[in-house]
Design a protein around this ligand. Sequence first.
Ligand code: 4NP
Length: 198
Amino acid sequence: MVSPVGIVNPVGMRLTFGIVLVSSLGPNANTELPVNDSASTMNAKPRISILFVCLGNICRSPLAEGVFRSVVSERGREAEFLIDSAGTGAWHAGNTPDPRSMEIARRFGVDISAQRARQVAADDFARFDLLLGMDRNNVRTLRERAPAGNADNIHLFLDYAEGRIIDIPDPYYGGDDGFASVYQTIREASETLLSRLD
Ligand code: 4NP
């Protein structure tokens, strides 16, 4: 097997070259199948792996995963990204996204119903180029859990995308308005994030 070739780009992110086959649906959306064909590898674009993280992985981060994937797809840039989401907590592991998240996404043409919640795993810190927390509590928890030397890739989503140190508020205990507002914030930040990763 050929080892991936990595470079560090101007924003300090490790970029890995290689073809990776990824299903955009289902809990195994991050399954990687490296192809060690040298011609394919030479033609491949750098691949950036992003893990969106919230507390339960049923409200905000599934929306971020689905909306960012949708924005990437609209721009025809699927081959450049590996996108996943997880929660710092395990309470909802294996569950579908919250119905209110699925509904607001569906209204904007994004189907997130095949996603299943999972907790952040120890190897996520090394596997992903970016771990983007929805709020500062998520970021703090991730930094506490990161193995030594693996915290540089952990950021607040809106800070990394837009330079705004603002949380995406947890809509879980609120009404549908909260989900609509979270959706809009995530949609705008996803577009800005993708431009930033040009
Ligand atoms: P999320 O929202 O972190 O955006 O998925 C929450 C979902 C569930 C809970 C809290 C927040 N909960 O306490 O179960």
